[in-house]
Ligand binder design. Sequence first.
Ligand SMILES: [Zn+2]
Length: 91
Amino acid sequence: MSIIPICPKCGTPAIGVATEVLLHFAKTTPPPDKRWAACVSASCPIAYFTSGQTIEISELTQALWYKDARTNVPICYCSQLSAFPLMHEAR
Ligand SMILES: [Zn+2]
């Protein structure tokens, strides 16, 4: 049985992420050996959380596409692909 993490701010079921994700996105170095989760609610300011600690989107080095409606936010961070070309091609 796996335990689904729940965002402490909005109560949305979250997705477990590796600490490496936070090393890439967070401005401050996260404590190691903690189980981090990502809140994917578009309206919640919490980006990542673990027991007793949260990281808000304002504390990240990059915007998260699922929390930011701007079309120039990368949806693929490897290639810096943003939503705009995809939306343009769909028309
Ligand atoms: Zn949340």
